[in-house]
Design a protein around this ligand. Structure first.
Ligand code: UDP
Length: 326
């Protein structure tokens, strides 16, 4: 297949491009490089530098590359930031997706895979969380992804676009060649590894008054290589199926305090931690029920436990203490 990957220079997108190419697909990347890194893009992928806010730029890339499928990763992705800048998230994530969809539909793209989120599920009835759980976004970020899922619904109904919405729980880990390098970094595991590398003094645990066994937030960490495999399975399944919604996680919850403890064990560094007030927008517990994608597509995570995920991240960060060079 010919797949255009928006955000393919970013953390999750770049690992997906590698997996697509390894699976024999043609891939091109469309990325503004606001967050992404040019050197994270697989050399076998064509590269278009552009911003989805520029409708003519994405239209030109789609009409030149002529993909049959699109994977859409490019977006604002931070829960905490979205609580401060709600309309940037609700506005830009949505209008950028509309620009992408307009280009896709006008050029005859058949399949679309959306990088969606567990932040659709605040105040859930049941844990672990199945894809048919009631949707109550936890933040403007989660709501913006829900808006995009609705855009896809209408692109399907009115134009026949086939799509998969993949709701990731906490993407983590690194491949031997792709890692996590955000500026500024806000994610728990890379921040902890920065402490272990001596680049930061301590880690802040955002709240220990959640409704969880040790009071800190519980999350389900899932390796980016396992996410990439899910994307490829979904892409292939869209030959037969028209609409897919899957939740992607290992099904294990780890609290922030447990993650801190695992990083201490793996790195051998004491990693000082201090409890601070909650970060707005964080639900108590997010654990995925991924049985639907396991049963329907045979997805099987290769990194089923937190320790192997953190170890893979530690290996990359040790090798690249300053991240990517660009
Ligand atoms: N977290 C924390 N301290 C930090 C960064 C994150 O306690 O410096 C917590 C955060 O509140 C959440 C979990 O770690 O419960 C995972 O957060 P992250 O930002 O890595 O991913 P998100 O859940 O926002 O996608």
């Amino acid at each position: 297949m010919r797949v255009l990957v928006t955000g393919g220079a970013g953390y999750i997108g770049s690992a997906n491009v590698d997996a697509l190419i390894a699976a024999g697909h043609d891939a091109a990347v469309f990325d503004s490089l606001n967050q992404g890194h040019r050197s994270a893009v697989n050399e076998a992928a064509r590269f278009y530098e552009g911003d989805l806010a520029d409708a003519s730029a994405i239209e030109a890339a789609v009409s030149e590359f002529r993909p049959d499928s699109i994977m859409h990763f490019a977006s604002h992705t931070l829960v905490g930031e979205s609580m401060e800048k709600p309309f940037m998230y609700l506005g830009e994530n949505t209008t950028n997706a509309i620009n992408l969809l307009e280009a896709a539909l006008s050029q005859g793209v058949e399949r679309f895979i959306l990088s969606s989120t567990a932040n659709l599920f605040d105040k859930t009835e049941k844990i672990p969380i199945a894809p048919d759980e009631r949707i109550v976004p936890g933040s403007p970020y989660g709501e913006s992804k829900y808006f995009i899922e609705r855009l896809l619904h209408w692109a399907h109904v009115t134009k026949g676009l086939r799509y998969a919405a993949l709701r990731y729980f906490n993407a983590a880990g690194c491949t031997p060649v792709r890692g996590e390098d955000h500026d500024p970094e806000t994610h728990l595991i890379p921040l902890l590894l920065q402490v272990a590398l001596g680049q930061r003094e301590n880690i802040k645990i955002f709240g220990d008054d959640f409704n969880t066994p040790d009071g800190s937030c519980v999350r389900d960490y899932i390796h980016i290589e396992d996410l990439a495999q899910a994307h490829i399975l979904a892409l292939e399944a869209l030959h037969e199926r028209e609409v897919l919604h899957y939740n992607l996680g290992n099904g294990n919850g780890s609290s922030v305090k447990e993650v801190v403890e695992s990083v201490r064990e793996i790195t051998g560094h004491p990693v000082p931690a201090e409890v601070t007030p909650r970060r707005p927008g964080d639900p108590d517990v997010l654990i995925a029920d991924s049985s639907k994608i396991r049963e329907e597509l045979g997805w099987e995570p290769r990194y089923p436990d937190l320790k192997s995920i953190i170890q893979s991240a530690w290996d990359w960060h040790n090798k690249h203490p300053d991240g990517y060079e660009d």
